[in-house]
Design a protein around this ligand. Structure first.
Ligand code: NAG
Ligand code: NAG
Length: 744
């Protein structure tokens, strides 16, 4: 029902071509009427770097007025902070310095400062070889800023050396695609539709008050239909009615799409294809606790308060602001405007073996997200978002809420980012780190009475979680990097937030004509949840006991046992195949052709002679089924396989390309991999895509319970034996006894 092809021919009609020329949009964020915008863009966007970030809905009458007080994050004074590790992010002072060097560099020096915008200003990673050699106490490596700026519609890429105060690289890009939008742009374009009389007329005709609008900036990808898609940065704006609910996403003004030029902030086109589609009612859409007046939901599902106590405090430390040390793990942690969280130099200590720190992963991060919606009609076909390269996965990560986003024993870390004018600001509490104990077991054995030995040996499993949550407009992505004492790094993605829904005239399935395609599920009266996918592609620069590694497919293959003396007819054998070049490491999963995927160090063997390694262990996942020639899939071609392996190249970190916005897909991981370079016994990068198909259901209304999946990076012959053998069990005397509150 959802994906029949009966309607796809309409893609070729002239009216849709017209729609396509407008192009580009996507939804991102909180938006809001022009009036409200004026009130709060200042407070939200131009955050001075030392003031707490404000709740973006604060000025909105429908939203919480007084967000809960957050604890002081971590006593770090960002104004005076200096970097202590080569991979530390740029500090407030460094961002200011980079900005002033840029302002005195031509052509920026001769341009009014409001004529260019900074789309990225981050640390230029020092050379990997130098970082590998660097030790605490050594002089810091030269500090450099990598800057992307737009001036006169051209994208400039610069490297600024902060020590010598000079620009050491300056290029104007010629490839397709544009830089990540700035938050300021995303905000400001949402008020642009109100400058168009046709838009105002249409909204009023639908009986919506122009002061009750919330509008979203929607990136529109690239479809190769019109020349202007190549030369202008375009965005689409779609609006919702805020009336009667904080959950405006459930009240779409269906089919009304305004295309805006992101540079000039002018309306390019207004399209209205939703006349006659009612705006769904506000009733039952709210999800804010205080707004909940339904007595049944208030009393349901009451459980006693629960919390984890650590009477002796957490057992991890965050040293020098970014180095996390816990149990047998050590790694560098930082926030990034594009990737969200970056884990670097992850090293594990082998308590059962040499006791030294051993390298596992040089760098791990979310490289790109691809979120295609499965509705090819005029107002929806372009919804094929790339949340990292278009919106900035880290830019969209809001402060985490203590006690609910992260438990009481969590510690928080801020992000320090550059605004569109290049000035630094602090995103407080963007990452949290905490020890997690969910009652799970690390290992166990008990002897049955047959042996009479009475053995009951169990170890509880405690892990260390690094968490962030990005709210890319309606959707929320929770990304956890979970470090386990058994050597596993579990990477978990949780999806929550609010569905992107579509208005429909139908209020019951029995009114939908049999031929009619809904492209989704009727979730409530006049509300369709449209079928869509989420793909989250991870960059995993594995350095297993050193940089020179190989990728090994271990295929489990059925062997016939013919000619043998036993009655068994078949068995499985693990056949190892070392991938020599990139194409041999393009992997699609197949249930009936099982395999393990190892990254090994061929020159480091265990005591009994196995190469040390880590394997990527998939869990529930999904593959993109779109036509490879569909423009969104060409841009999202990095999801064509679940695994890729490339030789390390510092220019190849963003799976959709450096400039994803309206890109044509010529700079993706899929294209690099086709070069088929050697990957055997080289410094290699593993790319893993975690996918979700989402056919919405009524439980996803009005806000979705978290759906999550994950994958593991798991040691495979990395340790000589079970690495958590000597972890002690829990003893009664070490654990606090919390008394129930007398008044409870
Ligand atoms: C559209 O309506 C808004 C809100 O009432 C108003 O500020 C704006 O001037 C109107 N635009 C036009 C072109 O009339
Ligand atoms: C490194 O990546 C860039 C961008 O894809 C490419 O132009 C260059 O050829 C690559 N270098 C090597 C050695 O593959």
């Amino acid at each position: 029902m959802y994906l029949s092809h009966t309607h796809t021919h309409t893609l070729l009609t002239p009216s849709i071509r017209a729609a396509m020329e407008a192009r580009a949009l996507r939804l991102s964020f909180l938006l809001i009427t022009a009036l409200l915008l004026l009130l709060f863009t200042r407070s939200w966007i131009h955050l001075p770097y030392n003031t707490p970030s404000k709740n973006r809905f604060q000025s909105n009458k429908n939203h919480i007025k007084n967000p809960p007080k957050r604890p002081k994050p971590n006593s770090i004074d960002h104004n005076t902070r200096t970097p202590l590790h080569p991979l530390d992010p740029l500090t407030v002072q460094e961002i200011n310095r980079a900005r002033s060097i840029l302002h005195s560099h031509p052509p920026f020096s001769s341009s009014p400062s409001n004529s260019f915008t900074i789309h990225s200003l981050v640390l230029q990673d020092p050379d990997k070889q130098l970082v590998l050699k660097w030790k605490t106490g050594d002089p810091l490596l030269p500090r450099r800023a990598s800057v992307v700026a737009i001036l006169n519609r051209q994208s400039h890429i610069l490297t600024i050396d902060l020590g010598s105060e000079s620009v050491i690289r300056h290029e104007i890009t010629s490839s397709s695609g544009f830089p990540t939008m700035t938050i300021e742009e995303m905000n400001s374009v949402t008020s642009v539709p109100l400058t168009d009389p046709k838009f105002n007329r249409t909204v009023r005709n639908r009986a919506v008050d122009l002061t009750d609008l919330a509008c979203l900036p929607i990136s529109g990808g690239w479809f190769g239909v019109k020349e202007e898609e190549n030369t202008r940065r375009l965005i689409r704006v779609q609006c919702y009615s805020l009336q009667g609910t904080s959950n405006f996403y459930m009240r779409p003004i269906e089919g009304l799409t305004v295309t805006v030029d992101l540079d000039t902030k002018q309306v390019v086109e207004v399209e209205d294809r939703g006349r006659g589609i009612p705006i769904p009612a506000a009733a039952n859409t709210d999800y804010i606790y205080k707004h909940n007046t339904n007595p049944n939901t208030k009393k349901s599902a009451r459980i006693n308060p629960i919390s984890i106590e650590q009477p002796k405090g957490p057992s991890f430390e965050i040293k020098n602001g970014h180095m996390v040390e816990w149990a047998n793990w050590e790694f560098h942690l930082k926030a990034d405007p594009r990737a969200g969280v970056i884990i670097s130099r992850a090293m594990a200590r082998d308590f059962e073996g040499s006791d030294g720190l051993r390298s596992v992963m040089y760098k791990g991060m979310t490289s790109e997200l691809f979120v295609p919606y499965m509705d090819p009609t005029e107002a929806w076909y372009f919804k094929t978002y790339m949340d990292a390269g278009e919106y900035g996965f880290g830019l969209q990560a809001m402060p985490l809420e203590p006690l609910n986003d992260c438990p009481r024993n969590a510690r928080f870390m801020d992000g320090v980012f550059a605004a569109a004018d290049g000035k630094p600001y602090v995103r407080e509490n963007m990452i949290c780190v905490f020890e997690s104990y969910g009652g799970e077991i690390g290992w166990r054995h008990s002897e049955s009475p047959i042996t009479g030995m009475g053995i009951r040996e169990v170890r509880p499993k405690v892990t260390l979680v690094v968490r962030m949550a990005a709210s890319v407009a309606n959707y929320d992505y929770i990304v956890d990097w979970e470090f386990q004492m058994d050597g596993i790094i579990r990477v978990k993605v949780g999806l929550s937030g609010i569905l992107m829904v579509k208005g429909t005239p139908y209020d019951h399935m029995n009114k939908v004509p049999e031929q009619e395609e809904l492209y989704g599920t009727l979730l409530s009266e006049n509300v369709i949840g449209v079928v869509h996918d989420h793909f989250v592609t991870f960059y995993l620069d594995m350095d297993v006991d050193g940089s020179e590694n190989s990728f090994v497919k271990v295929n489990l293959e059925r062997q016939q046992n013919s000619g043998s003396k036993t009655p068994r007819k078949s068995y499985l054998r693990a056949n190892r195949h070392i991938a020599k070049t990139e194409k041999e490491a393009q992997i699609q999963f197949k249930l009936y052709e099982p395999a393990e995927y190892h990254v090994v160090n061929p020159s480091k063997l265990t005591r009994v002679g196995n190469p040390v390694g880590y394997k990527v262990v998939p869990r529930a996942t999904a593959a993109s089924l779109l036509d490879h020639d569909d423009p969104p899939q060409r841009r999202g071609a990095f999801t064509n396989n679940q695994i890729y392996v490339t030789p390390y190249n510092e220019s190849e970190q963003w799976a959709g390309g450096l400039f994803v916005y309206q890109s044509h897909g010529e700079d993706t991981l899929a294209v690099w991999s086709e070069r088929d370079r050697d990957i055997e016994n080289k410094d290699i990068v593993l790319w893993y895509t975690l996918g979700f198909h989402h056919i919405p259901c009524q439980e996803d209304f009005p806000i979705m319970p978290v759906v999550s999946s994950s994958f593991d990076l798991k040691p495979v012959n990395f340790f000589e034996r079970n690495p958590i053998l000597s972890v002690p069990p829990n003893f009664e005397k070490d654990l606090p006894v919390c008394k129930a509150d007398a008044s409870a």
